[in-house]
Design a protein around this ligand. Structure first.
Ligand SMILES: Nc1ncnc2c1ncn2[C@@H]1O[C@H](COP(=O)(O)OP(=O)(O)OP(=O)(O)O)[C@@H](O)[C@H]1O
Length: 278
């Protein structure tokens, strides 16, 4: 459906990818500032350990400032932990040379952020093809196939400004997937969208997991968004404060200490409902 070849159909030796978890964080701490700066170090992430299996979908939750984005940046190799270990597909990020880390981020990791970073002067198709260009890989129709998968093939030659917010977010997902990454990191990808459009984007991420065995780590404030994950993990002041398997919005709200506002049947019209997940 996605036009992406499955990992085993690719030319690489299967041994290049171990069969362990997609992502492992072991006692990851990230602090900002030192005594040298004249103040105490602020600990944004405090000895967080987390294992995400291949084909897993994890929602990272917690109040503002609890360390969600810091966790995502460290896990994705965009930021270095002060201590602790991050492994993607078995590779210890701290042991990689800068060029190797760049290659891993480019080839094995996909990013979807709230600020989409689509290039306004490029067409939608050219935006999706950008990671291929950066990797010196021919497009061979993959960008268009990716756009078809997110239902936007007919908008391929438009510029991003002519698309709605939800459509732009789907373009960003197609771009994140075009290199067939093992792990997709998404930071509040639905924060700016209305609930129905957000559901469409989350259903798309869910399909990437269920149909293509990819792994998704989603940072979100939204208990309804977390319903699409297999597991919600909760951060509190930089620490892992708990986990919830097969989260539903009511139990997530309870875990966050927030009142239950949106009924569980709010997803009834979704193309793939959270209840339909594995
Ligand atoms: N570059 C930085 N320098 C200093 N402190 C930082 C920096 N980035 C984050 N922090 C601090 O680390 C803590 C965690 O921030 P982080 O952005 O990870 O939280 P968050 O849970 O993603 O918050 P939000 O939901 O508001 O985006 C906060 O106290 C924040 O002020």
């Amino acid at each position: 459906m996605f036009g992406f070849r499955r990992r085993r159909d690719r030319g690489e030796a299967a041994g290049a990818y171990d069969s362990g978890p997609a992502l492992v964080l072991d006692a990851v701490t990230r602090s900002y500032g030192t005594a040298r700066d004249g103040g105490a170090a602020a600990v944004a992430l405090d000895a967080v350990s987390l294992t995400v299996p291949r084909g897993g979908f994890v929602a990272v939750m917690g109040s503002s400032g609890s360390g969600k984005s810091t966790l995502l940046r460290c896990a994705a190799g965009l930021d270095r932990p002060t201590s602790g270990t991050v492994r993607i597909g078995g590779a210890d990020l701290a042991r990689l040379k800068p060029a190797e880390l760049t290659r891993l981020r480019r080839d094995r990791v996909g990013f979807v952020f709230q600020s989409l970073n689509l290039v306004p002067s490029l067409s939608v198709r050219e935006n999706v093809a950008l990671p291929l260009l950066l990797a010196d890989t021919p497009d061979d129709g993959r960008a268009l196939a990716g756009l078809a998968a997110v239902g936007l093939a007919d908008r391929a030659e438009d510029v991003p400004a002519r698309l709605s917010g939800g459509q732009r977010q789907r373009v960003a997902i197609a771009r994140a997937l075009v290199t067939e990454p093992e792990v997709i990191f998404a930071d509040e990808p639905t924060a700016a969208l209305d609930p129905a459009t957000a559901d469409g984007v989350l259903a798309l991420l869910r399909r990437v997991v269920d149909d293509h065995g990819r792994t998704v780590v989603l940072v979100t404030h939204d208990p309804v968004a977390a319903q699409w994950a297999d597991r919600a993990v909760f951060l509190d002041a930089g620490r892992l404060a708990g986990t919830l398997d097969r989260p539903d919005a009511a139990s997530v709200r309870a875990a966050l200490g927030a009142p239950d506002r949106r009924p569980a049947h709010a997803h009834a019209g979704s193309p793939v409902s959270p209840a339909g997940r594995r």
